[in-house]
Design a binder for this molecule. Structure first.
Ligand SMILES: *Cc1c(COP(=O)(O)O)cnc(C)c1O
Length: 392
């Protein structure tokens, strides 16, 4: 694509990150399998040097993701989402303060808690949907926050944060603001444009989109911050394999289509689930009665395609037992953890021992894929109808 082209995200995912248009050039970047790169003089900026510092296949993906998030800087690809979390948390000074949603991705909270237990920093966990509580935590006691972690909507409770306010207040308090944008993708929410310093992705999820790689990424606005993180990645070796990077770029090409389809289906399914007597509650910001609806409508381009339901008790069975029975009775939905793939995934979250007990034990998270919404609903409704007390 020509550098001067001003493209919408739907076109960027297709057109960016391709080789220069020279006669007989390939249309796609190659998988570059090389642990080192030729050089004779002193290594300078822009030299690849060695396979732990750079790889052309990463660069194609990093180019596209940086642009999608609205940064002039390319993204940085990591070996996993959590490797990117680790790099972001390394920015906190010794003895500093981190403010983080209690309902962030469980691995993120676990990592931050373990680092805090070692005494590296103080961790203040907050309810991210409660703006006043977050603002209080930013400036509490005698030490302002050094890093504000944001994740919205939250996993798996689908709480929606007032992102514009929290980002602005976080920066005003002097904190570095990091937003985990995995759930939304840059097509739905662009936190850097609201002033955030860093955006994080588990590329494993929507960006790669086919449940075939584990990868992560960070996008910075500031070139100096990007350099610091690049140095961390090179020194800690948290790098992606070239094959995985290539697969992620291949998946990214259809991101706009996948997000459009799965968001539309999620809305239909949320409304139908909400009307089903076996379901006590649907958490989905696209429903008008959802507590996060107004914020989401103001902040997001769409409502995402993750929803959570709480399955009711019936026929002498607890909600958690019915939730397990529901998952077992499905034939099209795939019972597995993770999200953001072409296939619809479902799981009762509390089957993970690390899941906070504040997540209801009858809560089932659904990641809506790109199958026919009618087929997805037929499968869900047969399984719900079969629960005890509902005909089963
Ligand atoms: C999966 C996930 C992560 C962790 O990413 P991995 O690629 O599994 O290491 C972080 N944040 C969110 C929101 C996630 O869904």
């Amino acid at each position: 694509m020509h550098e001067s082209l001003d493209l919408s995200p739907d076109s960027l995912v297709v057109a960016a990150g391709r080789p220069d248009r020279e006669r007989d050039a390939p249309v796609n970047p190659s998988v570059v399998l090389s642990s080192t790169f030729i050089g004779t003089g002193p290594l300078g900026a822009g030299d690849r040097g060695y396979g732990r510092y750079a790889n052309p296949t990463w660069e194609a993906f990093e180019d596209v993701l940086g642009r999608l998030e609205g940064s002039a800087e390319p993204a940085l690809l990591f070996s996993s989402g959590l490797a990117a979390v680790s790099a972001a948390l390394s920015l906190v000074p010794l003895g500093g303060v981190v403010v983080m949603p209690g309902h962030s991705y469980a691995g993120t909270v676990q990592m931050a808690s373990e680092l805090a237990d070692k005494g590296l920093f103080t961790l203040r966990l907050v309810d991210i949907a409660d703006t006043d509580a977050v603002l209080a935590a930013l400036t509490a006691e005698d030490r302002a926050a050094d890093l504000l972690w944001l994740e919205s909507p939250t996993n798996p409770m689908l709480g929606v944060a007032d992102l514009p306010v929290l980002i602005a207040e976080g920066r005003k308090a002097g904190a570095l603001v990091v937003v985990d944008n995995t759930f939304c993708t840059p097509l739905v929410q662009q936190p850097l444009l609201l002033g955030a310093d860093l955006v994080l992705h588990s590329v494993t999820k929507y960006l790669a989109g086919h449940s075939d790689v584990v990868l992560g990424a960070l996008v910075a606005r500031d070139p100096g911050l990007r350099d610091t993180l690049l140095h961390h990645r090179a020194l800690h070796g948290s790098i992606a394999g070239p094959w995985e990077a290539w697969l992620a770029l291949r998946g990214l090409r259809t991101l706009a289509l996948r997000v459009e389809r799965s968001q539309a289906s999620a809305q239909v399914l949320a409304e139908r689930l909400d009307a089903h007597p076996a379901v006590d509650r649907v958490r989905f910001p696209g429903l008008p009665q959802d507590p996060g609806h107004e914020r989401a409508a103001a902040q997001l381009k769409g409502f995402g395609s993750i929803l959570a339901i709480e399955v009711g008790a019936s026929g002498g069975h607890s909600g958690a037992e019915n939730a397990d029975a529901l998952v077992r009775a499905l034939r099209l939905w795939v019972p597995a953890t993770s999200l953001g793939g072409v296939e619809s995934l479902i799981e009762r979250r509390r089957r993970h021992v690390a899941e906070p007990v504040s997540v209801p034990d009858n809560l089932v998270r659904l990641s809506v894929g790109i199958e026919s919404a009618e087929d997805l609903w037929a499968d869900l409704s047969q399984a719900l109808d079969a629960l005890p007390g509902h005909g089963g």
